[in-house]
Design a protein around this ligand. Structure first.
Ligand code: ATP
Ligand code: MG
Length: 449
């Protein structure tokens, strides 16, 4: 295939036939975030490269290997955002949100870019729903954030997701832990991959996150961070767990979770599934008490998570979760001839203004072809208009699913449509076990076959 008709490797189009799924997920996550007091923020797709180097941390895989970085024509080094947190912190500081009442709770739906090996659940352009809570050190914030992610999965009907939590401590207790890790890994230094050899000095915890089989085998016997927590971090972690229990949220402690960012502190968590293969982490997040300060703000205990929307959809599809049905036109107008077409244009305008989706054939094909088209679109009702109908001002509105027909006045179309479609919806209702004749209520004349 010619290059120009082939999408970039690791990218994916969202097609009209699937768009209702995306829209449903997006509306659901934003709605739940709002219920927890989060407000949406939108930041640019690119930022200064340095923001991510500092914000994500230059010993991470993301910064070392995965960023889309280039010089723009003005010679600035620019990077397509590989994640949402750094840009959100930048905006929080730049726009003075840091001077408002804390905590500031923000959320976003964004595309992210990482140069990774494309495979199931791993793309080069992917999408995240993320939330960030700036300015709370309370374990209440950690538990509430986990609960928010959990609500999303429950609402979407996703099952069998395991919540794994860990605490990776604060700089105080981590110093001890780093020492222990260095000691442990030094004894096996020869066997570590080249990247991890470099990590040994600067950030030995990163080795725990390495995906090379040899490194992960060595990491399996490494000292566990939970054994090195200071009293403060221990108590924080205890409290988070108590709140989770109070909210009836199941979890397991997985001391191996260290997460990909350098500035994570204390609580880290992941929601993991084994229904979608190797890339099973659908949501990951945690506390990053040092990040805002690292990016030039005041010390601001904060936390956040990122949820991969493609992985979430893979999971929903794998589990056969329900989506609401895609939207279909309320009305298809079949028009024959110029006068009828003019009437169709008028009626469609009125209908759309009243909130009914209405379609007619822009290509003015034969009646048969128009009918087929209406069928294909799945329109709920159709009306056929020809010269006779225009003249008499009367036509038949047909429920395409039941075949039932109703008289409708072309000159009071919207009113008629409203009454008929409403009584049609209510027709199947029973009151005290009796079918109720709503058509009498709305003065609709229903044709009996
Ligand atoms: P992984 O270990 O799978 O590489 P990560 O730790 O790099 O994940 P985060 O930076 O925490 O991922 O991003 C949050 C979420 O974004 C992940 O849990 C995942 O659902 C999703 N995600 C990350 N990278 C990709 C990708 N390349 N393609 C699709 N989704 C991704
Ligand atoms: Mg990754």
């Amino acid at each position: 295939m010619a290059l120009i008709t082939k999408a970039i490797k690791g990218t994916k189009d969202a097609l009209p036939k699937d768009i209702h799924k995306y829209q449903y997920i997006e509306a659901t996550v934003l709605d739940i975030a709002e219920k927890y007091g989060y407000k949406e923020m939108r930041t640019p797709v690119f930022e200064h490269t340095e923001l991510f180097q500092r914000g994500v941390g230059d010993t991470t895989d993301v910064v070392q290997k995965e960023m889309y970085t280039f010089d723009d024509k003005g010679g600035r080094s620019i990077t397509l955002r590989p994640e949402g947190t750094a840009g959100a912190v930048r905006s929080y500081l730049e726009n003075g949100l840091c001077n408002e009442t804390l905590p500031q709770k923000i959320c976003y739906l964004t595309s992210c870019y990482r140069y990774e090996k494309p495979q199931a659940g791993r793309l080069r352009e992917f999408h995240q729903f993320g939330i960030e809570c700036f300015g709370s050190q309370s374990p209440l914030a950690d538990a509430e954030m986990i609960s928010l992610a959990n609500s999303i999965f429950t609402t979407l009907g996703v099952k069998d997701l395991a919540l794994e939590i860990n605490s990776i401590g604060c700089p105080t207790c981590r110093a001890e832990y780093h020492k222990a890790l260095k000691e442990y890994f030094s004894s096996r230094q020869e066997d570590l991959c080249d990247t991890c050899k470099g990590r040994l000095e600067r950030n030995p915890m990163r080795i725990l996150d390495c995906k090379s089989p040899v490194c992960s085998e060595i990491a399996a016997g490494a000292p566990v961070v939970l054994d090195y927590l200071c009293d403060d971090c221990k108590e924080h972690f205890e409290k988070v767990q108590q709140y989770l229990k109070a909210m009836n949220i199941d979890y397991t402690i997985n001391p191996k979770i260290v997460r990909g960012l350098d500035y994570y502190t204390k609580t880290v968590f992941e929601f993991v599934s084994n229904s979608i293969g190797a890339q099973g982490t659908v949501c990951g997040g945690g506390r990053y008490d040092g990040l805002v300060e690292e990016l030039g703000g005041q010390h601001t205990p904060s936390l956040g998570f990122g949820m991969g929307l493609e992985r979430l959809m893979l999971l929903m599809d794998a589990q056969g979760c329900d989506y609401p049905a895609p939207a279909v036109p309320d009305l298809f107008i079949v028009a024959m001839g110029d006068k009828a077409t003019m009437k169709a244009v008028e009626i469609a305008k009125d209908m759309r203004e009243e909130g009914f989706s209405t379609v007619y054939d822009l290509n003015q094909r034969s009646v048969r072809a128009q009918m087929k088209y209406a069928d294909k679109l799945g329109a709920k009702f159709n009306v056929v208009i020809g010269d006779n109908e225009v003249e008499s001002g009367k036509a038949k509105l047909k429920n395409m699913a039941s075949g039932e027909e109703y008289d409708i006045d072309l000159n009071l179309f919207v009113n008629g449509f409203y009454n008929i479609s409403l009584s049609d919806q209510l027709a199947d209702l029973e009151i005290n076990g009796e079918e109720f004749d709503f058509t009498s209520l709305f003065g609709v004349n229903k044709e009996e076959d």
